[in-house]
Design a binder for this molecule. Structure first.
Ligand code: BG6
Length: 446
């Protein structure tokens, strides 16, 4: 069956940086699809192609179309429909994949237009719709968008994206936790003291300012990526590794998350200087939360994440209780940790105390390391490639369900009205993030 992707937001950052490489790899793997990219910026296909950050080969270019598209202009719709007709040709088995990579506020208009594109088709088609995160702007708008979506598509046809689910480390977290007896035995509040999630980015909002100033850090990464990471860290074992069972366990975690504590928002200085006080877009947040399940109640999970930090790093520290340090009253005995690093490269480290040579029982924490690329090679597909491949194959295993999305909005809702309390110097950690741990007598591991 011929698959045609209609790409809304085809001149945006996501398309250029993530989707285009994913499409090119999948085409090279043999998937047979065409793409109609829609964008306002360029008037011709040639101009669009000339501005692509990497030049696709001739084979790929044959499947890449461009239509200048302005939602407010009815003639745009005509252009999309006729391009689609042209690609369909004589085929009668065609699937249309509508990929919406737009501001949430434009969803409704896009869906209404998609309805009209459909009505122009004269052959049998199946369809799918792909919606980028954040799904909605808050709980109410998410629910409203879903109602609109489900009036045109069945839930089976809707793919709600959180590209973190396409990351190898997320899938590996489940295997590490559930396929290793020694890890299973200690992965609970009897042994874990606290967890630190550090997702720092070195870049600022750059060209995405227009999108980001409406969204801010909580909607951009906490409501989706961070909460999904927390579900993978704390969920109970699913009865099977199926999308339904995994989602069921993730939902149990999300429902058990109590209101977040010590929540702060900050913004980096050069953005503040650029924007003044009129738009107070938060670019960094830190907070603590608890997952009140039998296995995790009482374990603080500290989160810090945002833009313009000294180093781009994504790390999770699972820090274990240091019973032996206390029993032996020896401060040289360090707590054990499992350290999951996902960026700049994927590593899992376990720290254990080992004897230092030529000493009388002196110890030093030593890291035992698994480096994903060294073990499995560097050709692991990027998250978006895994996600798009699943879409092409109608496999819904890497997509959050609507119930998860709604539950995640419930969790972040009280924070959405929060004000930026701090302006941090570019490439420095906001003081509020430092205080978060200090107040609990702890320090960030990194
Ligand atoms: C995106 C956010 O969803 O995730 C970006 O919109 C953020 O602001 C990005 O930079 C982080 O993803 P990754 O894959 O680079 O960790």
């Amino acid at each position: 069956m011929k698959q045609i992707i209609i790409q809304f937001g085809g001149t945006g950052d996501l398309f250029k940086k993530k989707l285009l490489p994913a499409y090119m790899h999948l085409a090279a793997k043999g998937y047979d699809f065409s793409i109609i990219t829609l964008g306002r910026r360029f008037s011709t296909r040639e101009e669009f192609i000339a501005h692509l950050p990497q030049q696709p080969d001739q084979e790929f270019l044959k499947r890449l179309e461009y239509v200048q598209y302005d939602m407010k202009d009815p003639a745009s719709l005509e252009r999309v429909s006729s391009k689609a007709q042209q690609l369909v040709g004589d085929e009668c088995e065609v699937e249309f994949i509508y990929y919406i990579a737009l501001q949430p506020s434009l969803y409704e208009a896009a869906i209404r237009q998609i309805e009209q594109i459909n009505t122009h088709m004269h052959c049998t088609v199946s369809k799918k719709i792909i919606v980028e995160k954040p799904f909605g702007f808050d709980l109410d708008t998410a629910t409203a968008y879903n109602t609109i979506l489900t009036s045109v598509f069945t839930d089976e046809e809707i793919y709600r994206i959180d590209h973190y689910l396409g990351k190898e480390f997320m899938q590996n977290l489940l295997i590490m936790r559930f396929h290793n007896d020694i890890i299973r035995g200690i992965w609970n509040n009897h042994f874990i003291d606290h967890i630190q999630i550090i997702f720092d980015e070195d870049l600022g909002v750059e060209e995405r300012l227009g999108f980001y100033e409406q969204i801010g850090v909580v909607r951009d990464t906490v409501q989706n990526h961070i909460l999904q990471v927390i579900t993978h860290l704390t969920m109970s074992e699913p009865s099977a590794f199926t999308p339904e069972e995994i989602s069921h366990e993730k939902l149990r975690v999300l429902r058990a998350i109590k209101p977040v504590k010590d929540f702060t928002l900050s913004r980096y200085r050069s953005l503040a200087e650029l924007q003044g006080d009129s738009i107070r877009t938060p670019t960094y947040t830190s907070f603590k939360l608890f997952v009140d399940t039998f296995e995790f109640s009482g374990v603080p999970i500290y989160v810090r994440t945002g833009k313009m930090q000294s180093e781009g790093r994504s790390q999770i520290y699972v820090n274990f209780k240091n019973t032996m340090g206390r029993v032996l009253n020896n401060s040289r005995i360090a707590q054990n940790s499992v350290i999951i690093t996902t960026h700049p490269e994927m590593n899992i480290d376990i720290t254990l105390n080992m004897k230092m040579p030529n000493t009388r029982w002196e110890t030093q924490p030593v890291r035992f390391n698994f480096n994903h690329a060294e073990t499995f090679g560097i050709n692991t597909p990027e998250a978006y490639e895994q996600i798009v491949e699943k879409i092409l194959r109608s496999d819904k295993s890497l997509f959050p369900s609507m119930s998860e999305i709604q539950e995640a909005w419930r969790i972040v809702t009280p924070t959405l009205q929060g004000n930026v309390v701090e302006t941090y110097d570019d490439h420095t950690l906001p003081a509020s993030a430092v205080r978060l741990l200090e107040e609990d007598g702890r320090v960030w591991n990194a």
